[in-house]
Design a protein. Structure first.
Length: 578
């Protein structure tokens, strides 16, 4: 029996040639891949020969990967990578045995999982790269929110486009405009307080356990939707809506870096389909409202949305350029609507997720530090009087009173220090070097950035005992002591919102929400974590494996979302004056 026809025999040499070419191409690319790795490994060795501190051990085969795995083993599997950064800065002598002082930059060879990283743990050097000699954002930080808001957004744009859009958006996030929204904030926060009270028994005993992050998320989502677009989603009462569900799915599952470790996920058809479906839901929910806001023109109201004020700024740009003040052509362009859609998705993400997480951590830290909680309550009573329910009316009449709470601000700053949510990553270049003078050795050294993703090590700096005495302790008084006091913060060491022209545009909004939530909550309710009740609900019994902790605390920052607390922080509440 003939196995191949004559035509097939003739095609066989061609097939063999194609297979051979494919193997040659594969071999060539594999060769380039390993040659790149060799160059990276040797680069670290050369830097060490030049006197630049390199963490030990550094292997020609593994680089710093084994070291990082060993560090990660100190923490629970779901712990955020911030803890590895903190461990490195607090135990730097172990990894830099010959150094006289903690290096201002820590270089890490993580190929092939990640490109080489340079973690900047010196506040002045951080300022250099984000403000003094501003460097462009790294593609990794841009990719981080790609699946939420596409490529065109405040994170994705470099200058001058970023500067142009920042000038258009600044009025919407100005203190003046945000103060005009105080009644909106109060309405939403009071709903939050009412929902908490509903979970507290009338007799003053502790209520049943629930996950606090869910409630704080609903509240902050409602607030950002109303401030940005005047959309009342009413998540707290009837949610979660499809809008929030889609955003939460993207935040929890699709805010990822682009590296070898995430490659299988990024190639997964089901994962990409989920991202597409969520993006489609967001578009359908937001685009009609965006187009309505763009076309609404001037409205006789003191409360302006971010979209309305941005549109007004663009009209002003047209007028300044000599056009008609009523010209609307730029506002009708499809790209403008698409850009606003991307920006709104970015604001919904950043404007609810980071704030809700910080609020959750604030209640946890205050429950663990009753003296700070007592002082907080005393300040609120001093400024707003003994009746907690009177604060809302007083703020509505005089929003500036929200700025008269120095200890409340200090509490918030300390929460953000101990649980920072983000940092920035900038592109290194052959022409950009850091210069550092060592007080210990009296030498000046140049630190290269070419070939590195340069990250500000915010979490590491916030826990660095060289910058913060009693670094792991919750001490709001740090921000109230006079200059010269041992607790007085080092300049630029506190940087949860980053600095410079690309810092967080919504930081004033976040701080206003945080102050208002604490003001309207802590005098009416006690809130504390309830792990024993939570364990019962999860079916854990005596003899089960002991739940993981960090520094003895069940609540720690996890890899879920943007470092959500363990299990979204299970708590119970009780009325203070039943």
């Amino acid at each position: 029996m003939e196995l191949l026809t004559s035509g097939q025999w003739q095609a066989w040499p061609l097939l063999q040639a194609c297979i051979k070419a494919a193997f040659l191409l594969l071999g060539f690319n594999m060769g380039l891949f390993f040659f790149e790795g060799y160059q990276i490994r040797m680069k670290f060795r050369k830097m060490k020969e030049q006197g630049i501190p390199i963490a030990e051990p550094h292997s020609l085969v593994w680089g710093h990967l084994k070291m990082m795995v060993a560090i990660r083993a100190h923490f629970p599997k779901d712990a955020h990578n911030h803890y590895a950064q903190i461990y490195l800065v607090q135990n730097w002598q172990k990894f830099f045995p010959g150094a006289e002082e903690r290096p201002p930059i820590m270089y890490f060879d993580l190929w092939p999982v990640l490109e080489p990283f340079a973690f900047v743990v010196n506040p002045a050097m951080c300022q250099d790269i984000v403000q003094d000699r501003l460097q462009p954002r790294h593609p990794q930080i841009k990719h981080l929110i790609k699946y939420i808001s596409g490529a065109r957004n405040l994170t994705g744009w470099d200058q001058p486009v970023h500067t142009l859009w920042r000038s258009r958006l600044n009025p919407g996030f100005s203190a003046r405009n945000l103060q005009s929204h105080i009644p909106t904030f109060i309405e939403e926060v009071e709903t939050f307080v009412d929902l908490l009270k509903a979970k507290a028994p009338k007799d003053g005993s502790w209520g049943e356990v629930f996950q606090l992050l869910n409630l704080t998320t609903n509240m902050t989502f409602d607030i950002i939707c109303r401030v940005a677009m005047n959309v009342n989603t009413n998540e707290q009462r009837v949610g979660p809506t499809d809008l929030q569900n889609s955003m939460r799915t993207l935040v929890r599952n699709h805010v990822i870096f682009k590296n070898l470790g995430t490659l299988p996920l990024r190639l997964s058809p089901s994962w990409n389909l989920e991202a597409w479906r969520c993006s489609r839901t967001l578009r359908r929910a937001l685009m009609p409202r965006i187009q309505e806001q763009i076309g609404s023109g001037e409205q006789a109201t003191t409360q302006k949305t971010v979209i309305q004020l941005a549109t007004k700024e663009i009209s002003n740009e047209s007028s300044a350029a000599g056009g008609n003040s009523k010209q609307t052509t730029p506002l009708d362009k499809k790209q403008y609507s698409e850009d606003v859609l991307n920006l709104m998705k970015q604001f919904l993400f950043a404007g609810h997720d980071t704030t809700s997480t910080t609020i959750t951590w604030a209640f946890h830290f205050l429950a663990k530090h009753p003296a700070a909680l007592d002082r907080l309550r005393i300040e609120h009573t001093t400024v707003f009087g003994p009746d907690p329910r009177a604060a809302s009316a007083m703020l509505t009449a005089n929003p500036a009173l929200l700025n008269a709470l120095p200890y409340t601000n200090a509490v918030i700053k300390e929460v953000l220090r101990l649980s920072p949510l983000a940092a920035t990553i900038r592109r290194g270049s052959p022409s950009f070097f850091f210069t550092h003078h060592s007080a210990a050795s009296g030498t000046t050294r140049h630190y290269p950035t070419d070939g590195f993703a340069v990250a500000t090590g915010t979490a590491a700096m916030h826990h660095d005992p060289a910058l913060w005495p009693r670094a792991d302790e919750f001490i709001p008084e740090r921000y109230l002591v006079p200059e010269g006091h041992e607790l007085y913060p080092v300049k630029y060491a506190w940087r949860p919102f980053e600095y410079g022209p690309m810092n967080c545009i919504g930081q004033d909004l976040a701080l206003m929400e945080l102050r208002l939530v604490l003001l309207l909550t802590v005098r009416e309710l006690d809130i504390e974590t309830a792990w024993e009740e939570w364990d019962v609900l999860q079916g854990r019994v005596a003899g089960d494996e002991k739940p993981p902790t960090i520094n003895g605390d069940r609540a720690y920052r996890t890899t879920n979302g943007l470092s959500y607390p363990t299990d979204d922080l299970p708590v119970h509440v009780r009325l203070r004056n039943p």
